[in-house]
Design a protein around this ligand. Structure first.
Ligand SMILES: NC(=O)c1ccc[n+]([C@@H]2O[C@H](COP(=O)([O-])OP(=O)(O)OC[C@H]3O[C@@H](n4cnc5c(N)ncnc54)[C@H](O)[C@@H]3O)[C@@H](O)[C@H]2O)c1
Length: 310
């Protein structure tokens, strides 16, 4: 059984990945690491600290005999624009720490990139796997450089680091941490609470999205895939569904009344710099990726789960 460290464990993805990893590998084979330890529904060994503290990370890896890391710590796109220096430090120094530890302790690493690695000069429809990467946010820049760094550590040191470019992730367990696609989650919350919603992107804004269950399955599939199937060591394109903000509101309205006003703010410019749809045929061909949740199925589950939660 692998001994797994999840960094950024109490964020939107980590809080769903941990129980999935515990179910697969055993509750005692997963360790959670985060700067902010939050109350949660799962029982997991927890370590608190900052990802920039190499000494602390080393101590944890040795103490728990870690051989696999899901490195999720990041400052996300919208939050990142408020403090570019901190974003560079947390995202880049954090990744470099994990990759250096991977060399020293022969760790297998998962690290997520994002559609934010693309930019306004990238083809926006069915964005190819190999294409222009000229991001215009500091978050996107850390993803672009991070991809190149993962590739470099694979080539130079043989680190088995695997990555995928996530689209916007939609989930009900933990609220998102300051990304540009947060409006998609917020619309569900407001609909279930019976409130109106003011959306920070225009109604015609189309972005690629994915339901969290698909994202968790994708991460585990990629990490389980035989090494010879992993042909891409920068980051795999990955997608499920693309829809506009208005199409999402219409879908939610089939279940619950939701009045939406559209008042774009600085996040509109970020959304406009990202693709509308993604070609993820390499992930599908190399390690069998397929999504299970379309817009209708995702909306039904989100509303059902949020009604129970709220
Ligand atoms: N959620 C999405 O829609 C999405 C889309 C594309 C890519 N991703 C990527 O997936 C990963 C996880 O995203 P998420 O949505 O779970 O993020 P999140 O913001 O919800 O969680 C990040 C976690 O990292 C922790 N953290 C922040 N700074 C830290 C530090 N210095 N030291 C230790 N912990 C620190 C936070 O406390 C938080 O719990 C990130 O790399 C992100 O870029 C997410």
């Amino acid at each position: 059984m692998p001994k797994i460290l999840v960094t950024g464990a109490f964020g939107q993805i980590g809080s769903e990945l941990i129980p999935a990893l515990q179910a697969k590998h055993g509750a005692n084979n997963v360790v959670a690491f985060d700067m902010a330890v939050k109350p949660n529904s799962f029982d997991v060994a927890t370590e608190q600290g900052s990802i920039v503290d190499l000494g602390k990370l080393k101590e944890i890896i040795v103490k728990h005999n870690i051989d696999t890391v899901y490195h999720l710590v990041s400052i996300l796109s919208a939050k990142g624009e408020r403090d570019p220096n901190l974003t560079w430090q947390v995202n880049m120094d954090g990744l470099r720490n994990i990759l250096n530890l991977a060399v020293e302790y022969k760790l297998k690493v998962f690290w997520p990139s994002s559609i934010a690695a693309f930019g306004p000069t990238t083809p926006r429809d069915l964005t190819p796997q190999h294409t222009v990467l000229e991001p215009t946010t500091i978050y996107g820049i850390t993803k672009m450089v991070g991809e190149a760094l993962c590739h470099y550590y694979y080539l130079k040191f043989g680190v088995d680091v695997r990555s995928m470019r996530f689209p916007g992730l939609i989930s009900w367990k933990t609220e998102p941490g300051g990304g540009t696609t947060d409006y998609a989650v917020a619309m569900f919350y407001e609909a279930v609470k019976g409130s109106d919603y003011t959306c920070f992107v225009h109604k015609d804004t189309i972005l690629p999205m994915m339901y969290m269950d698909d994202a968790i399955r994708a991460m585990i599939m990629l990490m389980d895939a035989p090494v010879e199937k992993i042909a891409i060591r920068t980051s795999y394109n990955l997608t499920a569904i693309s829809f506009s903000a208005e199409e999402l509101a219409i879908e939610i309205n089939k279940h619950l009344p939701l009045a939406v006003k559209y008042e774009p703010d600085f996040r509109q410019r970020i959304a406009d710099s990202w693709p509308q749809s993604i070609d993820d045929s390499a992930a599908r061909a190399d390690w069998g990726w397929h999504h299970e949740f379309d817009l209708q199925k995702m909306a039904t589950v989100m509303i059902e789960k949020l009604k129970e939660k709220l």
